[in-house]
Design a binder for this molecule. Structure first.
Ligand SMILES: Nc1nc2c(ncn2[C@@H]2O[C@H](COP(=O)(O)OP(=O)(O)OP(=O)(O)O)[C@@H](O)[C@H]2O)c(=O)[nH]1
Ligand SMILES: [Zn+2]
Length: 208
């Protein structure tokens, strides 16, 4: 079983605590931090945090394989690189549960079919909206594209700032962590890899 499918099955088998359990856990954290969960400003906080977690971690409920199923074969023989540059990413580090904010650049060389471009951004979003480390996030996006699209090659580059390093601990604001994953032609051919990096370095387009 490949990693993408295995991950789905594992999560479906794991029982989930109730919303009440989740809210009680937040209440405990508030008390542990030293505040009174019954004071006016905090009464609704456990429910708010549970709702926020539903947004932050919405990616557990989504299926990356399904997302990539919208492909098109009528491409007029298009066989060059397809790249989405500067996809904003918001994730949470699995060690401290604080934000990782950055950008992903996703490229592939199609073999026969191309995928709807929004689906690549959706794919990144699914994995970002989970507890992550950046290396795994990068590899998961590439692996899902490999598994479903079977392209000639995939290239992923993520640059991100980890608030667990900027706002606590070592406190080094401005540090950017860069990770990449190359498969197929991007891994084998230096000129294809160079093309990817050239496009990543290009000036971002003004949004329209
Ligand atoms: N490789 C990797 N490490 C990460 C990522 N996000 C956070 N970390 C690191 O995970 C490590 C966890 O280290 P620990 O020593 O267990 O935790 P800690 O005592 O809070 O560590 P400090 O952050 O150094 O204070 C830290 O070095 C973090 O910087 C990531 O995406 N990838
Ligand atoms: Zn962290």
């Amino acid at each position: 079983m490949d990693a993408v499918v295995e991950d789905l099955v594992k999560r479906q088998l794991r029982p989930r605590p109730s919303r009440e359990d989740a809210e009680a856990a937040v209440r405990t954290l508030i008390e542990w931090a030293g505040d009174d969960p019954d004071r006016e400003g905090l009464v609704g906080t456990p429910a708010r945090v549970a709702r926020a977690y539903e947004e932050f971690f919405a990616g557990y409920a989504e299926d990356p394989v399904e997302i990539l199923r919208t492909t098109f074969e009528e491409t007029a023989g298009y066989d060059e690189i397809v790249m989405l540059r500067d996809i904003r990413l918001e994730s949470h580090c699995e060690h401290h549960i604080v934000p990782i904010i950055g950008r992903a650049h996703i490229a592939y060389y199609p073999s026969q079919r191309v995928v709807g471009i929004s689906k690549l951004a959706r794919l990144a979003e699914i994995y970002a909206k989970r507890l992550q480390i950046q290396e795994v996030l990068t590899a998961q996006i590439a692996d899902a594209m490999e598994t479903v699209l079977k392209p000639k090659g995939v290239a992923i580059l993520i640059e991100a700032s980890h608030q667990c390093m900027t706002t606590r601990g070592i406190k080094k604001p401005g540090v950017v962590t860069i990770t990449s994953r190359m498969t197929g032609c991007f891994r084998r051919e230096p000129e294809t890899r160079a093309e990817f990096y050239r496009l990543v370095a290009g000036r971002p387009l003004d949004p329209v």
